[in-house]
Design a protein around this ligand. Structure first.
Ligand SMILES: [Zn+2]
Length: 249
């Protein structure tokens, strides 16, 4: 899952986000064991109405604030998927842990140390891990809504594992996760759990534009996530039409 050379958009933002999503979820699957060396705190924070205040580009968001918001997003995801599973007569097992880290190799997945500048769902240990400093940087640049997309996408990979969904091509797995992230956000906005600030939808659009694959990358390549257009379509399909649009079966 290498870094790609050609990028759709120049500038630090594009580079940052390409890196996010190249790695996101790609650690999952195929690894059959391994837990993080340091499990880290599992925060089940209360879910107030995060997202109400925009912190876009103001540079004042602290690491502590980010961790709290991330933990709120996790709590919302747990409730969301618990309700969805219950509605179809199933029991949902929340993702075991969410682990912030700061150093390369501090957390490992299936025996392999996670690099910095990354966020992944690790199926081997059933946890989400993210480089907290790097995530805060993305949060500051793209806006606070990005955090919900990031968590929603990684959480969706854990849900795919629970549902036994395993496509032949990573692009299918990734576009479905984008759709599920969109449904998670859209449904929670509709129920009033999440409040989007003015401009948050634009943040999603801008963020998704920046995370698309290079147009020259073949769709079937290992690690393909989809072009900016495909990712935006998938996300907003889920956002507008909920999980029915995501082909969960
Ligand atoms: Zn992914």
């Amino acid at each position: 899952m290498g870094e790609k050379a050609g990028r759709r958009r120049p500038g630090p933002l594009a580079g940052l986000l390409v890196a996010v999503v190249v790695a996101a979820g790609c650690m999952g699957g195929g690894l059959d064991q391994g837990d993080p060396e340091q499990p880290g705190p599992r925060q089940n924070g209360p879910a107030a109405s995060p997202g109400a205040g925009s912190t876009r580009a103001d540079g004042t968001t602290s690491v502590a604030e980010f961790k709290q918001d991330f933990s709120d997003a996790v709590g919302i995801a747990e409730r969301y998927w618990t309700d969805r599973f219950r509605a179809s007569g199933k029991q949902f097992q929340p993702i075991r842990r969410v682990v912030p880290y700061t150093r390369s190799g501090e957390v490992s997945c299936g025996g392999e140390g996670l690099p910095r500048n990354n966020a992944v769902y690790c199926s081997a240990g059933d946890f989400i891990a993210y480089d907290v400093n790097w995530s805060v940087g993305a949060f500051r640049q793209v806006g606070d809504a990005f955090l919900f997309y990031l968590l929603g996408h990684e959480y969706a990979h854990g849900v795919q594992v629970r549902l036994g969904i395993r496509y032949n091509f990573t692009i299918q797995q990734e576009l479905q996760a984008d759709c599920m992230a969109g449904a998670y956000i859209g449904d929670n906005v509709r129920s009033g759990t999440l409040t989007l600030a003015e401009g948050d939808l634009d943040e999603f659009r801008e963020g998704l534009l920046a995370v698309g694959d290079d147009p020259n990358q073949p769709w079937f390549a290992e690690g393909s996530h989809g072009t900016a257009e495909q990712r935006t379509d998938s996300f907003f399909r889920g956002y507008k039409n909920s999980l029915d649009a995501c082909g969960l079966g």
